[in-house]
Design a protein around this ligand. Structure first.
Ligand code: CP
Length: 322
């Protein structure tokens, strides 16, 4: 069966994730061999209403590496007819007549679902405001499995802007699909994890605790998942931003408290929440993580367009199932 819209992480179950990761592993080989033509004749519309480096470039590279073509706007608010007052729905109606798949980043939570509701072609959510970033969460799990050899029995600390961080929200939804996962949530008071995620984790019997002392829990973690305090989400609440910024920093001192077989991840971009002298440590996995985004997005595009190398067996309709 063919994968259709990719809107929310919790729509995926373990079987689908395992098949996606199997395809991503195949895509690593495809890239090694210089690419493929399996998406020749297909067009991807890359519709970005918010800034991006990794997500946009990796999706566009993924399409090109598979022989497809890309039409693109990297600043849809300014450089599309949205600036003349066109609605998201009308934009999607038009683009779904021109392209075979739409990769969209939007500044409003829920925008990807609205687009999926009216689109004739698959919508891939490339981040919707403070809502979700499912494709980032797929590549995060793929990285964890690649680096540590497992996702079950994992202890992970998610750190930083947990209230606004769409990557970490999607990651929590996916972690709930795995066995014996323990989550430490470490966030400044003004950006603590929202109740919807905590309720979801409770419903799925995932152990989590809110912690304030990152150094104290560092020796216990397999994965330290750091995130940026997102200045752009605070609006005029400058005091809140300043209260959150710089509270939790991963530096060489903190690395000394971590186990030698643990890893540090970050969806990037980083500002100052991981010091650059951490980069040379073999546990710093964040650049490898960004590279994995290419393979996962190649696998997603192939699956959405029905041209997967390893067949995807299940459609994306399994809400909330482990
Ligand atoms: N991780 C991530 O979404 O990065 P970009 O904002 O650069 O796409």
């Amino acid at each position: 069966m063919r994968l259709h819209h990719v809107v929310a992480a919790q729509d995926f179950n373990r079987v689908m994730l395992e098949e996606l990761f199997a395809t991503a592993r195949e895509m690593e080989e495809v890239v090694e061999q210089g690419g493929s033509r399996i998406l020749e004749g297909y067009i991807m519309a890359s519709l970005f209403y918010e800034e991006s480096t990794r997500t946009r470039f990796s999706f566009e590279t993924a399409m090109l590496r598979l022989g497809g073509s890309v039409i693109s706007t990297e600043n849809a608010r300014q450089f599309s007819s949205v600036s003349k007052g066109e609605t998201l729905e009308d934009t999607i109606r038009i683009l779904s007549g021109y392209s075979d798949v739409i990769v969209m980043r939007h500044y409003e939570s829920g925008a990807a679902r609205r687009a999926a509701d009216i689109s004739r072609v698959p919508i891939i959510n490339a981040g919707d405001g403070t809502g979700q970033h499912p494709t980032q969460a797929f590549l995060d799990l793929y990285t964890i499995e690649k680096e540590l050899g497992r996702i079950d029995n994992l202890t992970i600390a998610v750190v930083g802007d947990l209230a606004n961080g769409r990557t970490v929200r999607s990651l929590c939804y996916l972690l709930a699909k795995y066995r014996n996962v323990r989550i430490f949530m470490v966030a400044p008071e003004v950006v603590k994890m929202r109740e919807d995620i905590k309720e979801y984790l409770c419903r799925h019997d995932v152990r989590f605790t809110e912690e304030s002392d990152l150094r104290a829990i560092a020796p216990e973690v397999d994965v330290l998942y750091q995130t940026r305090i997102q200045k752009e989400r605070f609006g005029d609440r400058t005091e809140d931003y300043l209260a959150a910024k710089g509270v939790y920093v991963v530096d060489r001192n903190l690395l000394r408290a971590m186990r030698s077989d643990s890893i540090v991840m970050h969806p990037l971009p980083r500002v100052d929440e991981i010091t650059i002298d951490v980069d040379a440590d073999p546990r710093a996995a964040y650049f490898r993580q960004a590279q994995n985004g290419l393979f996962i997005r190649m696998a997603l595009l192939a699956a959405c367009l029905g041209r997967d190398i390893v067949p995807i067996q299940t459609a994306v309709t399994v809400n909330g199932n482990k």
